[in-house]
Structures are given as structure tokens and as C-alpha cells.
Unconditional design. Sequence first.
Lengths: 412, 412, 412, 412
Amino acid sequence: MGKQEIRYAARVDLDKEAYDQPQLHNRWHPDIPFAGTIKNNEVVKIECVDWTGGQIKNTDTADDIKNVDLTRVHYLSGPFEIENAEPGDVLLVEIQDVQPLQSQPWGFTGVFDASNGGGFLDEVYPHAAKAIWDFEGIFCSSRHIPGVRFAGLIHPGILGCAPSPQVLAEWNRREAELISASAHLGREVALPPQPKSVHAGSAGAELKERVGREGARTIPGRPEHGGNCDIKNLSRGSKVYLPVHVKGAKFSVGDLHFSQGDGEISFCGAIEMAGVITFKFTVMKNGMQELGMKSPIYIPGPVEPQFGPGRYIYFEGFSVDSAGKQHYLDATIAYRQTSLRCIEYLRRYGYNDYQIYLLLSCAPVQGHIAGIVDIPNACTTMGLPMDIFDFDISPGAPVKKLDLGACAFASS
Amino acid sequence: MGKQEIRYAARVDLDKEAYDQPQLHNRWHPDIPFAGTIKNNEVVKIECVDWTGGQIKNTDTADDIKNVDLTRVHYLSGPFEIENAEPGDVLLVEIQDVQPLQSQPWGFTGVFDASNGGGFLDEVYPHAAKAIWDFEGIFCSSRHIPGVRFAGLIHPGILGCAPSPQVLAEWNRREAELISASAHLGREVALPPQPKSVHAGSAGAELKERVGREGARTIPGRPEHGGNCDIKNLSRGSKVYLPVHVKGAKFSVGDLHFSQGDGEISFCGAIEMAGVITFKFTVMKNGMQELGMKSPIYIPGPVEPQFGPGRYIYFEGFSVDSAGKQHYLDATIAYRQTSLRCIEYLRRYGYNDYQIYLLLSCAPVQGHIAGIVDIPNACTTMGLPMDIFDFDISPGAPVKKLDLGACAFASS
Amino acid sequence: MGKQEIRYAARVDLDKEAYDQPQLHNRWHPDIPFAGTIKNNEVVKIECVDWTGGQIKNTDTADDIKNVDLTRVHYLSGPFEIENAEPGDVLLVEIQDVQPLQSQPWGFTGVFDASNGGGFLDEVYPHAAKAIWDFEGIFCSSRHIPGVRFAGLIHPGILGCAPSPQVLAEWNRREAELISASAHLGREVALPPQPKSVHAGSAGAELKERVGREGARTIPGRPEHGGNCDIKNLSRGSKVYLPVHVKGAKFSVGDLHFSQGDGEISFCGAIEMAGVITFKFTVMKNGMQELGMKSPIYIPGPVEPQFGPGRYIYFEGFSVDSAGKQHYLDATIAYRQTSLRCIEYLRRYGYNDYQIYLLLSCAPVQGHIAGIVDIPNACTTMGLPMDIFDFDISPGAPVKKLDLGACAFASS
Amino acid sequence: MGKQEIRYAARVDLDKEAYDQPQLHNRWHPDIPFAGTIKNNEVVKIECVDWTGGQIKNTDTADDIKNVDLTRVHYLSGPFEIENAEPGDVLLVEIQDVQPLQSQPWGFTGVFDASNGGGFLDEVYPHAAKAIWDFEGIFCSSRHIPGVRFAGLIHPGILGCAPSPQVLAEWNRREAELISASAHLGREVALPPQPKSVHAGSAGAELKERVGREGARTIPGRPEHGGNCDIKNLSRGSKVYLPVHVKGAKFSVGDLHFSQGDGEISFCGAIEMAGVITFKFTVMKNGMQELGMKSPIYIPGPVEPQFGPGRYIYFEGFSVDSAGKQHYLDATIAYRQTSLRCIEYLRRYGYNDYQIYLLLSCAPVQGHIAGIVDIPNACTTMGLPMDIFDFDISPGAPVKKLDLGACAFASS
């Protein structure tokens, strides 16, 4: 007698193109074939590639970031059939553990070039940059951002169940409407279905072509199912409650993060990695109605890194942009200002701005909506944990400019 | 030998109109006369009226909320001269304690009528509502929202130093610009200087008239000095670093909150109260340059109520509005959706929506910016502490609809 | 309409001898007359003197400590009649708040002379010493121990209900037995009833004489009712469940502490103070049987100072005494060794040993029983929060011996 | 370019007797040969067997516990040579991670029979008992103690450097002295060197014989080097500072625990398991003198399970034993009483006493020394986290006796 090792519902092969592995896919569509079946109440492990499918390398140049092919990203593991799950149910997903792959004990954070992906501060920081993070047990550190080290709050950036045809149609409708209404902005505002580089798992050619035509891109999270919500504390021990829209749930997961700051501001901003998750799945029959649920909810796990409330410096930002223009209760602009205030503060230790931009994207910074009702200014805050630094960054401590090296940049 | 009681730099008289007390004022203006002088490194107590100056009563009707005179609000204590403080310095303000006044152990939370103040969800909840909270030591509870009880995370909603003439002019310029650019919206977007109900402390008639003409309203926080930032964890034990714009700093404080949720969503949304703060003031010469500071920063105190990370339910919201319209990375809309998701969830226990709206405004909910880069959807989260409820609100627990009474409403 | 101020069930007069105030007493005895009546579910405030009844002054000498009259200590407020409470019930006492008296914003920590009181380390540190602590809102600091400052975890050292005659007889029996069995040790091992300096509240002469003869001293806590348990986190927000042994409960409270370390090692070791507690009392009928209760239990409040687990240095100690003698699973000796290890460590910053001994008594150090089964060594640990120091005490940081003054000593 | 997998300094083979694996040993002795060499600043993984070397099986009987061979326990991995380490140095050991072996996702907790090992409460609970725990990612649960589930605070029970000949002689001297002084007690009080079942790693016959004659047993921790300290929060992320007594340090580690309560009261009381630790080793030259170090110190990691201070029930115990005998400031007896109070409380839910005894040994209960100076009673507390239970165990909640099965017992 004795408990067996936990079953792998899916493994990945890092030496093979993600594109060629049938247990992966990169679109949300109800008809992508099941990649396997998981019993109600079963515990399984699922391996995932990093969100770029291996495009980013452990090097000291950001050329790979600059030239990343953003049509070939967000390879998800799945979709898995969960026995007994039906539309209207809620799938309770317990994240029992998340770990990097033993064979790849490192991850990366990137700033995309403004012309290929961009990020939250791309008007100020338009160039590609990168930091490689080495994993040291529960900690990580980077040769590209010396002086910091922290424990991971490890989590999947993406998890969710497939949309029904109706839900998918609604996604495509409203996003197309935004695109057409924003044509004058000269900026990409949403990503419509895109036949290029479609990966529809084990689908045949015809279905794959249809998935390319109709399937939703994986970049945004969406209210009906969660998806790419990039929530930093949806970590080990969390219980997530996901709406089920199709028979068998068609659950998918990917985009693992060793750590992320609230907002994931540089876009490729978490510490992106390949890894393995241990899940337990439980079906709550008729859960959507019982929980009054329109979007996922979750209960975090009990083991977050704890710094103590008094070990954070908080920065404030308001909805007045850098040009001095007043915006109306705009929390997005307020949070951009908050991020800039933090960058300005950390400069004095010798970091370059791109290093800080990368750091705020992936370190466990707390991004809060503080005041959202005092017209016309939204106020947001960002809490930076002081204890991730090797030196004392408190406002009262003496400052000495250090040689803090540089992050990786693109070659030209 | 023996330490004396701490000096009061200002007291208030709750039996007298705030308007008639010269140590109070309700505009930001560099020329409002000093209400007293505080030494560098001195510890003092400062009493404050509640933000409505006593307009809201401990009753079971929301008529007072509905008919509140919003020109007569935000009476601040001050401005105080801080010895040695000069423009370019930073004023380090340590909040050593905050307490309700012994003679008034209660506070209130209100939802303003959409036609007189409104709030974050006024399109859905346009009616005035109110809850009275009784203080029981560190805890509070409300006869208008039975079944909840929590410890206060007590703090001032407003603190800051007076603007210089240049800073004031910039405020007025940019807010006027917004007002004129938004005329077509049919909604109040900012509050320009307003001669009505001006309180300029001990100013004479002429100065008072000028303060009315030029002085900035106290409703919004502003990046240059903080002001009404409504930050829930700027609480006991916090150190706040405030830019100084005028000689003597002219520090003011008010709008005390027994507790507030991130966003303070119902606008009159914290547990508003009169009270007393113990401060220590320290001048950091040339601090703005040394800290690279454009907006205030702070370090929270060590004594926040702690629930444990696994004792929150988190709700997710995205920038798709209730009509199904897709917005572009709009964290404000995402947070509105997040709030609504939480209201929908709590309904099932027997609360009416206004009770929940009030509760989410004042209970220590965690409002986070989760993802702000995955076009087109911003994702925000709201963490609701389960332990403030008398009954088990976890998603897996059985639900029984309870008789949970009602909040106070206006009479017609 | 409007909530009234909370009623005071007892006040104290600091200008008057504790001995002469009839709402105080300094023995446990079932017949001490009620000092007042409190309703079931009532919230009241109760003021308390410091545990020495004002013998210790805010000075720079420890003469008062050296010469303290230990027969005149532990003046408790009460005993209060709690309506409906009867033997076998449990009295649920919620500590809603604890505050120093406004008129006395300071407290003290003492090391007693080995010949008059002693303490946990009196074989090593036999001399009287003292530190005065100034209260600064939620924080305290001492001119006698520079370089440290921390938030209080404020609590009563003593609370409990009066013993029944049977319980009192049992106390006297077993403690007398210990005294007689320990005569050869030449050390005071327990304090028998003592007619000197008896304070029996409003008792008449005859009763007072009997209380002196029979009444239990207040120094030790005792399992049947709690009493002087000196538990550092029985603080604001805590709910304590106390066995009731006599009709009306006869609840008493005193010995307020602004802060205490686990063990309160210097005996007069907390930051002792006069203050006021806000309580709510609720009677649980037949609670002792329902809870299977032989000794009090409690649930701490949610607002302890939080440092983060990684902000402590832990010291280890084992049951081998300083002379190299091996003891059998003796956690008391292990904890003494643990305390000494911490003193040895902190010496290197320039503190004298008495300063550290005082500090470990009153700062929020975590004293744990680690291993108690690995014969012959008990292992205990002491966690010292690094953030209470102004300078970096982590083992890896550079050490510079500072001028850290001195605590107060006795004059000869 | 790319970081390699972390090197294993030692692996174990669970299909082979521990006794036959040369990288293991079960005595402390300066002459046991090195099991390998680790560079200063190197990161390595080290696998360990469970402390009984595989004697305990995943079954539903406690016969294996009852008949355990206690001479064949505590197989440690090592001793490892740490380059550059010399006597007087301090070895800084960072525990970067601890994990169960993938192939054995379960552990055990046992109560030894009073005649073979015993435990802290063996006078009350003399029979052998066992619980098997299944690991579910960061959580564990047991079919033998239904109704509880918690996250591990995973750590090594034993780590330390080898004693010098002088240190070893001192250990043997003082423990022999205790044994001879305690002969009249009729109880084993310490374990002298024992030639039986000696495992001295790769030592030849002669050396092995000498190790058997002189080597210290691994059961107790000892002040000079730590060893079997069984400290529950010496967990992932911790930095331990260990005295070095011999050239090369001769570091050993073993006795991995998935979780342990303060005291590890049932002796085989943690959740014992085989596993793998990731360490980083750094030598601090002359560290013992610089740190004033006589016993190890450590700084815990930042990721402990966090329940919130208000989610514990605390039990109190005093140094009056169950027979009513008064002891003098005896924290060991107080903690025994504290443990019994907790058992009495939990009985009412339907657990049998042995289930609770096992649970308190391994769940993350907080065992504190509360008061250790109020003669004659020591007071200790035990904090039991309420959130590890599936049902509400708070004192105010209604109680329903449940069918909670049974732990494993021995067959007769």
C-alpha cells in the first residue's frame, strides 16, 4: 500500500517547437479537441512552456525580445476535459503547487519595443530590454538587476475554460467594435482573430483553419472566463472558481510566472518561465447561478511572501499626465504616474530606468486603487517592498550611488 | 520630573458650526493665515471635525445625506506653520495615533444622491443611503448593516501642505481645461473655485473673498501635494513625506476615517468621523530634490488588521462595461465591474445592494490593479476579507438567506 | 438620538495612594466586596493603576526599583459583579481597547535587585536597573535604551474571576506544600498569604483581616482562573474565556502593559503603566462544561504589530546550564540560555547587559518551545524583531560600536 | 549559454537500507569521513531519507511504530566538506527550498509506545499510534485525522556541523553525569554512545567501531552545534548560522519535516518524510567571535503560512501538574498542561485523544513561553490555528460531534 506519484496530464518538450506539440494551443475556441481527460476531484500535474514558447533565451542581449514573434505566443496546455462539467457549472481549481521545470531554473522579464508589443510606459521607454532571473529555491536574482533578490509568488498568468460559441461571438463583436471605433488613434487597441501561426492542438487542417478565423487571441483576459488575468496572488494554495461554458469545461492553463508585480507593467513583465502546476479539479454543479457569478473569483493561498506592512514604500500617482493634462478619474493614467514616481525614486541608487521598469513589472509590488471618487483625480498607489533590496532604500537612509550594471538591450 | 501630556495644536468644538471655528478652513490657498505654529521635531495632537462639518447625524434616515450641502465640506484643521520648513523641503509627518473623539464614538458612511454628489456606481445606485457605525474600541459595527464587524484601519483622508501661487495656478489651469473640454458630457467633472461657503480660517473679509475666487477645492487629491488622497493604509504608525511649497509649510489635515476600502467607492464612503491625530513633524531640508519627489510617498505603520492571505475572496473585473461595450485598458471601468461582481455575490445572504455598496466603501477591501497591459482589457481585483462577517461567506459554505435589515434611506 | 460615551465602571486617582482607593484590591479572595456591577453584554471602561501602585517614578535612578515594597503591588480594579454569571459559567471578556492614561504618557521596565524580587536571570544580573519609556501614539522609546523604538502590543497582565473558597483552599494547599518541600533551597519559591499591606477593597476591618490571612497573592497566574498570566498577545481585540467560580463572577483586572516580551524575563519586565481598558462582558451559561475548560482560553485580536517572518533573528537555547550541567528536558533552563545568547549577541553594538535584559523583557520578542522531546535537551528559541532597532542588526551587516548610553541604576 | 540544473551533493535510494548507503551516517563524530565536498558559495541539492530510514510504512496499523528500532534512526546525509571552513568560522547555510521526494508524496506522524521511545505525554497516552499524511502540493491531509488540512512549513529537523573531539568529550561527560545522577528515576534520561547499529558513512571497520564507542547520538540537539533542534520555522528561505568546530565543517542534515508544531510533542511528532533540500553554503571567517556565538542563530524565510493573529485559539497551561502538585517555574510541566488543555477542547468534535495528540505534534501550533517569572507558576500558551479545520472550532460556534474515524493503532 502507498500513495503513487501524481499523474501528469500533460508534459512539454523544451527541445521541440511549441507549435509542434499537440497538447498545446494558442487560441480560445470551443472546438479545439481535448488534450486529455481529468476526473472530477482528481489531482494532476500539468507542464507548461513559457508564454513565448521558448523564443527568449538566457543571453545578455535583448534582440530576442525586440524581434519576438507575437503571433506565436501564449501556448496553453490543454484543453482538458473535466468529467461531469457542463455549461452553468463552476469548475473549482485548486492550485496545489507551481514549480519551475528542474531542467530550466531560470526565467526572463522583458520590455518590448514600442513598435512590436510595447508596454504600459512605452511612450517613455520605447526600447527593448531584458533581464534574466536565476531561481535559487524559493528565491530569484538577476545578473541584469543586481542588488535585489526576492521570493517568488509563483502563479499561472492564464487559466480558464473555453468559451461557448455564443461567448466567443460576443468577444469578437465587442473587440471588433473597439477596433473600428479607434481607427483614428493609430495604435493597436485589440487583437482580432488572426489566421497566422494558429495552433489548435490536435485539430485537423479544416478545423485549424476555422479556429484561426474565429478563435479569440489569448492576450487579454476576459470577464466571462478569466483567461489571461495576470493576477499576482493567484498563487500556490489558491482556489479559483471558473465559469464553465462548454461540456467538459475545456480547461487550459499557461503563461507561468515566478513572480509578478501588480499591473505587470512592462507587458512581458512577470518573470516568465516554463514549469509544472499541480491542480485539483472539482465540479460545482449549477455553480454559476448559486454563486451569482459573471466573472471568476478566487481565494488566495496562505503562503505569500510576507514583508510586514511597515516594510513597504508607497508611491502615489494621480490622473494628471506627464504633460500636465488633467484626466477625469482615470485610474490607468494614475497608475502610470505612480509607476513613474517609483522609477524616479530608485534612480538615485544607480539603476538605469529600464532596470527599474523591469523590476517593477516582476517584483511583488502592491498596486492599489486608493481613491476613485474625488473628481477629477483618481489616485493609485504602488507599494515597493524594501526588503527585496540588498541595501537600505528607506527615505531616511543615506544614499550612495552604486555600480548596478545594466539590463540587456537590443543590439542596435 | 515626568513627561507632560502632549500639547493640542488645535481642538474643535462639535457644538459649534465648523464654519465659525477659525482653526479650520475649506480651501487650499497659500495665503490662508496660520492657525498655529509647530516646532521642528515636535509632537502635537490635532483635533478634526468630520468632513461634512457635522451635517450628518446619528439617525435612521438618509435625508441628511440626500440634502448635504457639498459646498460646506472638508473642513481642515490648520494651516499650521512648521518651523524651518521652506519650499523644496520635505515635511516628514509621522502619524503616531488617530482616535475618534471620546464624546462621539460613532461615524457614518453615505451614498450620495446622483443629483447631489453621486458616487462610483451612481448609474446603478442613484439614491441616497446611509449607515451609522458604532465604535467599540478598535472595532466598529452598524445597526444598518448587521452581520459585519471589523477593526478600524484608522487614518486621515486628507493631509498636505499648501500650494504655492504657481502650483495653485497650475491646478486651476488644468482643471478649468478639463471642465471646458467636457462640457458636452452633461456631468460635473471637476470643481472650480467657488466663492460660496468659503472658510479661510482667520482671514479677513478681503482675503477670504480672494481665497474664494482663487482657492482650490479640497475634493480631489493632487499630485503636487497629496491632499485628499484617501489612502486606506496611511494609518497609525505611518510616515508620510510631503513636498513643501510655501514658507512654514502650511500643513493641514482633516477628513478622518475610522476605516475605508480601496477606492472609497460610494464617495462619502469611508467611516467618516471627528477625531484627534497625534503627529510628529520633522523637516528634511532640500528633501524634494534628494528624494526625486514629485508626489508624496509614505511608509505604512506596522499595525494593520491582519486577516491572513487565505481569508479573502477576490473578485475580478475587466474593462468591458455593463452594456457589453469594450473599453481600452480602462482600469476605472474594470474596478467598477469588480465592485459590481462583489455586490452580486453578497446579495445571496440577504443584504440589499445599497448595504453592500456602503460596506465595500468602508470595510478594508483590497483593490488591486492586476493586469494593465493585455490589450484591450484592464483587469482589477477586489479582495473581501471573509472574517468581517459573522457567518461563513466562503464559496463552498451553505447559504441561508438571512434577515439583514436595511440601511437608512432618504424619506421619499 | 446618538450614542453616548462609554461608561466608566471604575476610575483611578493617580494623586492618591492605591491603598486608599476602594475600587482597588490586591488579593484574590471570594469575599472581597463588589466594586460595582456590570450588565451582561455591557461595554464599559475600567481604569487601572500601574502594578506597583505608583511606586516607580519617571527618573534616572533605579533606587525606587531597588527599594520597591513588593507587598504593595498588583492593585487590581474590581472585583466587578457581572450580572447573571454563576459558577460553571464562562465569562467571555472582549478587550475592545487598551490605552495609557492621557495624563501619564510613559511607563517603566525594571530589573529587581536579587535580594528584593529578583528575576529570570538574577544569578547573572543581580542589580536593580530601570528604563523609562515615553509613549508616542502607538510607539514607545526610552532615553535609557537608545536606538530602539516599537509599537506597543498593549494588554493587561492580569485578569480573572475570583476563586471559590474551594479553589482558594486548593491554591493555598499546593503552594504551601511547595514552600515546605523547598525549604532547603534557600530561595523564595512561592508567596503564601501575607497579612501585611492587604487591600481588600471596601471590606471592613474584620473581613480585611481574613482576606489577609486567607487571600491568594496576585503574583502567579493560576490554572483555575488565569490571573497574572502575562501573555503578551492577549491584547486589543482579544476575546478571553474565563471560568466563573463565584456568583457574580467577581472579575478583576490590572497590571497593564504597553508591551511585553514572551517570558517577561526581568520580572518587572513589561512596560508597566497605568491605563484604561474597554471591555465587553458576555456570560456563556454552563460554558465550562461545554468548552471542556479547566484553564482560560483566548483568541487574539487582529492588529498585532507585524514585522514579517523574515525580519526576526532567532536565538536557540538548550537545557545545559551556564556551568555546563546537563538538565533533563528543562524548558525553563533552555529559555534562560536562549535569553543569554541574545544578550551576548546585542552586546556588540554597545549596549550594556542590563539594557538588553530590560529590552528583551518588554520588546515583542517571540519565545517558543521548539523541541521538548529529544532527551535530554529541551530547545527553546527567542525571535528578536530587527525592525525595532534604528540600525541594522542582521548578522551579515557591518558592526560599529555605538554610544548607547545607559539604563538607570540604583545609587550605590 | 544557460544555467544548468543544480548539482546533487547526495542522493538517496529508498529501495535500499539506509544502513547500506555510504553518504549517510547516524552518529556525531569528528572522524566520520567526508561524504563529498561543497565549494564556498555553492548551491547544491541534498537528498535525505526519513528519520527512521524507512522503517515506517504507509499502512493503517501502528505496529511499525510500536516496534521501531530506535537504534537505527536519524540517518543524516553527510558529512560534507565545506571548502575553506575552519574551526571558529561560522557556516551560513541558506535553505533555499525543501521538497518531498516526487516518488514518495506522503509522510507520517507517530506516537511511540511508552516502553519504546515514549513522548511528551506518555504518562497519559502510553500506546503506539500513527497517522499517514498525503501531500497535495503545498498542503497535506490524513485519512487518519479527517477534518484537517494545512500547508506545510517544511524544514529539516536536524542540521549542524560535526563536533570537535573536545566538544564531543564535553557532550559525553555531561550526559553521562546526568544519567548517573538520574539512575533512581527508572526512566531513560539520555542516550549514551551505543555501539549497536552504528552507521559511520564510509568509515572502515576500525573507525566505525570507535565511532560507535565515542560518537554522540543524534536524538538531542546540543547548544554547541544545533543538531536536532526541531525548530518548526527553520524553513524555506531561512538563513542559519552554524558554529564550525572542525576543518571542512563536516556539515550534516536530515530528519526532514513537512510540518511540525512547537514542541513536536509526540516525539515522532512532525510529519516525517524523505526529501530534498536546496542549500547555499557560505563561510564567514572568524564568525563565532564576531557574532559572539555560542549556539546557532537563524533568520526565518518570508513565506510561512499566515493565518492572521485573530485566527488562533490559545490555550494556557501552568506549572501545576495533573495530580495537583505545584512545581516551581517549570515551563516543561506548564507546556504539558497546555497541551492537555487543547486535547480536552478538541475532544468535543469527535476526535479521539490520540488523533489530537498526533495533530498537535505536527500542525503549525504556536507554543509560547508566556510568563516565566511569577513564582511559582510558569505559564505557557499554545496557539491552535482554526483554519486548518474543515469545520468551525471557535468557542462560540455550535458543536456537533462528527464521525472522525481513528488514527492507526498497534495490533494488540
